[in-house]
Design a binder for this molecule. Structure first.
Ligand code: UDP
Length: 486
């Protein structure tokens, strides 16, 4: 089980949600591709297939990635057996229990690290105790949040300065102080828990996450320097963190192409003109209520644009068979639009030349996949870090149009429904006219930059080389290995 003496053994421990597991697998591949690096991914039984189906079907370097399985202590945390993925527990009554079960994984991690003694542990932000577990065996722990530099900086500035306290209502905008650009948000656009003055479980968790990040060896960021240089610098120089930007990691993922090349929607896309189809997908966790899906459908039909629309299979409205499509919608849009009920091969769809725009919830993986594919975006943030990513795309990169989302909320509500007019306006703005063309040109330039970053000698490739070199010469007995640089 142990690594050969000359091998560097890196262990990855992603949180149990697709938005965390997918980029971690991509990162693991990047490291496994390097000479004399052994890679292990830790996960729980019901999440193994996310990794194993890619690893087993591959003849390349992925084949050498090991998987270590930890039992998920659902029952001990008061959850039903079989709930092992964040996407299954998005309701408030389940979320805290899910985090509690995740915390109970620390014991298995400690036993594993003691036995195997890897050279480095890359553990998800949601495992704040991982820094201490690793420290017991003098193993450097890196944090992976899955956030952009911009949102890492914005979140920290909000935590430190609490600028939302400077305004009298949660609809009034406030400035995020000290950031390189003038960025404004409203109280409604950040988590309610964050704004509360009393201690909440969420706040305690966030504080623990920050503490463990500060004590860790550093942060791995799925981004590339040229995309957000001001914020990479700000994170390092002003916030004093050590970090390595190694993305976009989805570009390293070649075997996806081998496995789902034949997907029906890709064949359908091939019959379409370049830049003509709008791709709509809200990631792996967001599930809209039926009236919201209805507004999207009406807007799509009115604009007359061609589309691929992904609707999650696990959405409550679909389970309850609620009416969410206007009668006859699919017949009328036949040939013009495709609804995918379930999981779409997103990276491949985005990279198809027929795709002209992406309507996204601004999860960072989706956002970066859109950027890497050179596609302009309609931004529709819902919760987590998504409102920050919207700002990056619309105000700094200037490749997006906001749909006008007003409220941070894990479960989108009827009160903050985005109506068909707003959706239609954003869809038209992103596809038609001179400004749309300029936005598209900017997006294409970002794509070129993204590919350059991951090429031999590119910035992200070089950072991986630097990190590996540093880890090889890591001295566990030197005291100043912590990540603070100021
Ligand atoms: N994804 C996909 N097909 C889908 C939905 C999502 O491949 O039908 C992938 C998407 O490409 C991205 C990830 O799932 O890599 C979603 O991560 P993101 O950070 O965008 O959002 P989250 O799901 O964490 O909210």
């Amino acid at each position: 089980m142990g690594a050969k003496p000359e091998e560097l053994h890196i262990v990855f421990f992603p949180f149990m949600a697709h938005g965390h597991m997918i980029p971690t697998l991509d990162i693991a591949r990047l490291f496994a591709a390097r000479n004399k690096v052994k890679v292990t991914i830790i996960t729980t039984p019901l999440n193994v297939s996310t990794f194993s189906k890619v690893i087993q079907s591959s003849k390349g370097i992925e084949a050498s990635i090991n998987i270590e399985i930890f039992r998920f202590p659902a029952r001990e945390a008061g959850l039903a057996e079989g709930l092992e993925n964040m996407e299954q527990v998005m309701r408030p009554e389940f979320i805290n229990k899910f985090f509690k079960a995740a915390d109970l994984l620390s014991e298995q991690l400690e036993q594993y690290l003691e036995k195997v003694r890897p050279n480095c542990l890359v553990a998800d932000m949601f495992f704040p105790w991982a820094t201490d577990c690793a420290a017991k065996f003098n193993i450097p722990r890196l944090v992976f949040h899955g956030f952009s530099y911009f949102s890492l900086c914005a979140q920290e500035i909000i935590r430190l300065h609490e600028p939302f306290k400077n305004v009298s209502s949660d609809q009034q905008t406030f400035l995020l102080p000290s950031l390189p650009h003038e960025i404004q948000l409203t109280g409604l656009q950040i988590s309610e828990d964050l704004r509360k003055s009393d201690e909440t479980e969420f706040k305690r968790r966030m504080d623990k996450i920050k503490e463990s990040e500060l004590e860790s060896y550093g942060v791995i960021v799925n981004s590339f320097y040229e995309l957000e240089p001001d914020y990479a610098n700000f994170f390092r120089k002003e916030l004093g963190r050590r970090s390595w930007n190694i993305g976009p990691v989805s570009l390293s993922n070649k075997s996806k192409e081998e496995s789902i090349d034949e997907h029906e929607c890709l064949k359908w896309l091939s019959s379409k003109k370049p830049n003509s189809v709008i791709y709509i997908c809200f990631g792996s966790t967001v599930s809209f209520i039926a009236p919201q899906l209805h507004e999207i459908a009406v807007a799509l039909e009115i604009t007359g644009q061609e589309f691929i629309w992904v609707v999650r299979n696990n959405a409550d409205n679909i389970r309850k068979n609620e009416e969410w499509l206007p009668p006859g919608f699919e017949q009328r849009t036949e040939g013009k639009g495709l609804i995918i009920r379930g999981w779409a091969p997103q990276v491949l769809i985005l990279e198809h030349e027929a795709i002209g725009a992406f309507v996204t919830h601004c999860g960072w993986n989706s956002t970066l996949e859109g950027i890497s594919a050179g596609v302009p975006m309609v931004t529709w943030p819902i919760f987590a870090d998504q409102f920050y990513n919207e700002k990056l795309v619309t105000q700094i990169l200037k490749t997006g149009v906001p749909v006008g989302a007003k409220k941070w909320s894990r479960i989108p509500s009827i009160e903050y429904l985005i109506n068909q007019d707003a959706i239609q306006k954003a869809l038209t703005e992103i596809m038609v006219g001179k400004e749309a063309e300029e936005r598209r040109n900017r997006a294409k330039k970002l794509k070129e930059m993204a590919w350059k970053a991951v090429e031999e000698g590119g910035s992200s490739q070089s950072e991986i080389t630097t990190l590996i070199k540093e880890l090889r010469s890591y001295d566990p007995f030197k005291k100043n290995n912590s990540m603070l640089t100021v």
